[in-house]
Design a protein around this ligand. Structure first.
Ligand code: ATP
Length: 259
């Protein structure tokens, strides 16, 4: 399997705080990789470095073999890295379809030339993407009236409009009801399988992680303490030590499995 994203010795310090320390990993094509860890473990800092929002203190990030050093968020996004956020970034005053159309227009770099007839442009392609995320029946609703779970699915369609080879999803299910969480990650797993997109996601809900991730990395205090399959991670004593203190990880996941 080819490597899409690779880091070597990735590190970030804020003054005396080592937020991320010597993190090396590889993400393969078509892989759904979870990055987990307790609060303050360094997940968001890692994501922000991968996306060009933060400059690493040390280390290298390669995307499809290309060194990302010195590149900003927009250049990295243009190279095929999509991102969904903890807080959705949709335009409330526009309809669901228009939001996706805007993303398609931007992807095809046509923003300034087509504004007078933008409402028609890429409409069919937008509907295809909305169909993919189960939102086609809401195409003409305004985003302001959407339920939170629907906004997250729309955000996924917007990210896919840019045809990313890699999707970074920062707590994609935050704020969602348990059933919605599983549904959104099932949808993401289907997209990974059907389109060969690679996904790196952070997640606090272990039911979601253990049900869908192909592989799991665990960060603690900025360091990568484990990287393996779901079973390897569940049984790793270092991971258990980190999480059992919080008392939430494994019990919740096991109950979820038996539900
Ligand atoms: N801009 C910053 N300036 C100073 N310290 C920071 C900054 N950003 C993050 N940190 C610190 O770096 C460490 C890692 O934070 P980070 O937000 O990456 O963790 P996280 O794993 O994403 O946490 P959470 O799950 O709570 O979102 C924390 O100690 C945090 O306080």
């Amino acid at each position: 399997m080819s490597i899409v994203l690779e880091t070597q010795g990735l590190s970030k310090s804020f003054g005396a705080i080592k937020a991320v320390s010597d993190v090396s990993f590889a993400l393969h094509k078509g892989e759904l990789l979870a990055m987990i860890g307790p609060n303050g473990a360094g997940k968001s800092t890692c994501f922000n470095m991968l996306m060009g929002q933060l400059k690493p203190t040390a280390g290298t990030v390669w995307l499809n073999g290309q060194d990302l050093a010195g590149l900003g968020p927009r250049q990295i996004w243009r190279m095929g890295v999509g991102r969904t956020f903890q807080i959705t970034g949709t335009y409330a005053s526009m309809t669901v379809a228009e939001n996706v159309q805007m993303a398609l227009i931007s992807h095809h770099r046509r923003v300034f030339s087509i504004l007078p007839y933008a409402h028609r442009l890429y409409r069919d392609r937008a509907l295809d993407l909305l169909n993919l995320v189960g939102m086609a029946d809401q195409a003409d609703r305004h985003c302001a009236v959407l339920a939170y779970g629907d906004l997250k699915r729309l955000e996924l369609a917007i990210a896919l409009a840019h045809e990313p080879s890699l999707l970074l999803m920062d707590e994609p299910t935050a704020g969602m009801a348990p059933r919605e969480r599983i549904a959104l990650m099932q949808l993401t797993a289907d997209i990974v399988r059907d389109r060969g997109v690679s996904v790196l996601f952070t997640e606090h809900d272990m039911d979601v992680v253990f049900a869908h991730a192909h592989r799991v990395m665990v960060l603690n205090r900025g360091q990568l303490i484990a990287d393996g399959t779901v079973d390897q991670i569940r049984n790793d004593p270092r991971v258990q030590e980190v999480y059992l203190g919080g008392g939430t990880l494994f019990h919740a996941a096991e109950e979820g499995q038996h539900a």
